[in-house]
Design a protein around this ligand. Structure first.
Ligand code: SAM
Length: 231
């Protein structure tokens, strides 16, 4: 995976210093993936492009400098962990509802010496009770449709902060369907930007939602309600 990583980092204008840690992470991911379900992407070069570089492309779209970031439904660590590896000033919380994945993430952080990364086993809608409006940024990829995702993520973001939803380019209808949720939860769409994943011949979309008002206390609701009646 070294070559696509080096080329992709050059394309993104990012330092190559993080390559050894990303390679180690990739090794740990593919080894653990043999015994548990972490990713459907198993070719090392594809991991480099579709997981690492897709995550790292965000560094050119948002200011992460010194910010606290919660990655909601991080799975095997995407997008949060590659971002933190390449930008050590990000104060990162990785949140996932599946305990085995969080155990894996803790193992990766231990192996890479990332002592300040919080790996949290929990559901976003429950985590909000103790961490309401306490992050500068929330990010999420491949977790839920945008109306549901907004209710999971926006309550965690402080007013003035932002929620970054990583989506495919055909998410137009999802974005329209989320208009009410965004408004009710105190957000405002700030920017919708398409970006190319270096070396992958694929374009993805980042929806940046600014938190302009506090989220009303009754949100997030229990997951069954979020699912049954999305805002
Ligand atoms: N974000 C990663 C990525 O793009 O590779 C993982 C995506 S995976 C398809 C979705 C993850 O979201 C799973 O690991 C699942 O356990 C987690 N998840 C789903 N609902 C969640 C919730 N309410 N709170 C926290 N994690 C959740």
């Amino acid at each position: 995976m070294r070559e696509p990583l080096l080329q992709g980092l050059r394309t993104l204008g990012l330092s190559e210093d993080c390559v050894p840690q990303l390679e180690r992470y990739g090794e740990l991911l593919l080894k653990k993936n043999e015994v548990m379900n972490l990713t459907a992407i198993t070719a090392p070069d594809d991991v480099a492009r579709l997981h690492f570089l897709d995550s790292l492309a965000l560094l050119n779209l948002t200011d992460f400098c010194g910010k606290s970031l919660v990655d909601v439904g991080t799975g095997a660590g995407f997008p949060g962990l590659p971002l933190r590896i390449c930008r050590p000033d990000i104060r990162l919380t990785l949140l996932d509802s599946l305990g085995k994945r969080v155990t894996f993430l803790q193992e990766v952080c231990d192996a890479l010496g990332l002592e300040d990364v919080a790996c949290v086993h929990g559901r976003a809608e429950e985590f909000a009770a103790g961490h309401r409006e306490s992050f500068d940024l929330a990010a999420s990829r491949a977790v839920a449709s945008l109306p549901m995702l907004c209710e999971l993520c926006l309550p965690l973001v402080r007013p003035g902060g932002a929620f970054l939803a990583m989506k495919s380019v055909d998410c137009g209808q999802e974005l329209s369907a989320a208009a009410k949720a965004i408004e009710v939860l105190g957000g405002e769409v700030e920017e919708v930007r398409d970006y190319e994943v270096p070396g992958a011949a694929v374009t993805h979309r980042l929806i940046s939602i600014r938190k302009v008002r506090p989220t009303p206390a009754k949100y997030p609701r229990a997951f069954a309600k979020i699912k049954k009646a999305p805002l």
